[in-house]
Design a protein around this ligand. Structure first.
Ligand code: NAD
Ligand code: UDP
Length: 311
């Protein structure tokens, strides 16, 4: 069945890939974005196929007409951007979620929330299952993002319980790929751009902290599969690639695949930087028959090819 789908944050990295896939399925797309960290460039190739509305979801939503489904991806995702105006980040997650949940209630639309592995904070349980409640500093520099996303999850479940709306929540673990913003400070884009420019790779701390990197196409496939599940499957569900690497291992791989010999420059570890992160994805495997297919070496080569065109 062809649907009319609202994607917030649709001009961002993940949102633009999601819209590409939804268009292939034949749906009508309304993309809402305030262009805070996204870019019209990301949706230029589909500009004539979608309706674009420049709007900040912390403000009351404009009239939107019929909506069958909502994907809420609006929120800056990289520490430098979400920390630039932490109050606005928190409002985006909480007040933005409220506006979209009200819309879902009004339109009887199914609603999807892009939550994050950051809800686990600096986890004391490793790897992280969905039932782990996390270890989050409520007053640190990352809290606007972590606690905002936790608050959004709370609102989603309370709306589902109070108003019987259909919710789907994913907890996304570090995802990379083409259309990441070269300047948003995330480790994969930083290392690739630095290496392509023959600059030193900036390693924060001793580089022994770990992350598990998922290629964007795998993640979006998981989004679509969760959205297609029956109503009782709500999540929150981990989506990510369980292969875990230290930042030094990542640096080594980036250097290998760019072919440039680059040195490392050690810089201080940011406050509250999680030491380790790895998803348990048994729920996604069982309920969605999903698991990542593109491993880090292949994904890095695809991402490097994208940045080579632009750097
Ligand atoms: P991104 O910064 O590329 O995309 C976010 C988009 O939301 C941008 O286009 C931005 O302009 C828009 N936006 C931000 N605040 C807004 C507001 N108040 N109103 C309207 N639009 C707004 O980041 P991304 O990596 O594509 O992340 C998308 C979503 O996935 C975010 O919610 C993020 O928290 C979540 N997420 C991403 C990752 C990852 O590794 N990429 C990991 C965990 C969670
Ligand atoms: N990081 C790094 N060098 C960089 C950017 C980030 O060593 O140039 C580290 C950062 O401290 C963190 C990890 O890489 O430990 C992942 O950072 P990113 O911002 O990509 O994601 P997040 O911390 O939100 O998981």
């Amino acid at each position: 069945m062809k649907k009319r789908i609202l994607v917030t944050g649709g001009a961002g990295f993940l949102g633009s890939h999601l819209i590409d896939r939804l268009l292939v399925q034949g749906h009508k797309i309304v993309c809402m974005d305030n262009l805070q960290t996204g870019a019209m460039d990301n949706i230029q190739h589909i500009a004539d196929k979608i309706t674009f509305i420049q709007h900040d979801i912390t403000e009351p939503l404009p009239a939107l007409g019929h909506v069958d489904e909502i994907y809420n991806l609006a929120c800056p995702a990289s520490p430098i951007h979400y920390q630039a105006n932490p109050v606005h980040t928190f409002k985006t997650s909480v007040i933005g979620a409220l506006h979209l949940l009200e819309l879902a209630k009004q339109k009887k639309a199914k609603i999807f929330q892009a939550s994050t592995s950051e809800v686990y904070g600096d986890p004391l349980v490793h790897p992280q299952p969905e039932h782990y409640w996390g270890h989050v500093n409520p007053i640190g520099i990352r809290s606007c993002y972590d606690e905002g996303k936790r608050g959004a999850e709370t609102l989603f479940f309370d709306y589902a319980r109070m108003y019987d709306i259909e919710i789907k929540i994913v907890r996304i673990f570090n995802t990379y790929g083409p259309r990441m913003d070269a300047k948003d400070g995330r480790v994969v884009s930083n290392f690739i751009v630095q290496s392509l420019q023959n600059k030193s790779l900036t390693v924060y701390g001793d580089g022994q902290q770990t992350r598990s990197f998922c290629y964007v196409d795998d993640l979006i496939e998981g989004f679509l599969r969760l959205m297609a599940t029956p109503k009782h499957i709500t999540g929150p569900m981990n989506l990510g690639n369980p292969n875990e690497f230290t930042m030094l291992e990542l640096a080594e791989k980036v250097v290998k695949w760019t072919g440039n010999t680059t040195s490392l420059q050690y810089e201080p570890l940011p406050q509250d930087d999680p030491k380790q992160r790895q998803p348990i994805i048994e729920e996604a495997k069982q309920l969605l028959n999903w698991e990542p297919k593109i491993m880090l070496d292949e994904g890095l080569q695809k991402t490097i090819a994208y940045f080579k065109e632009r750097v």
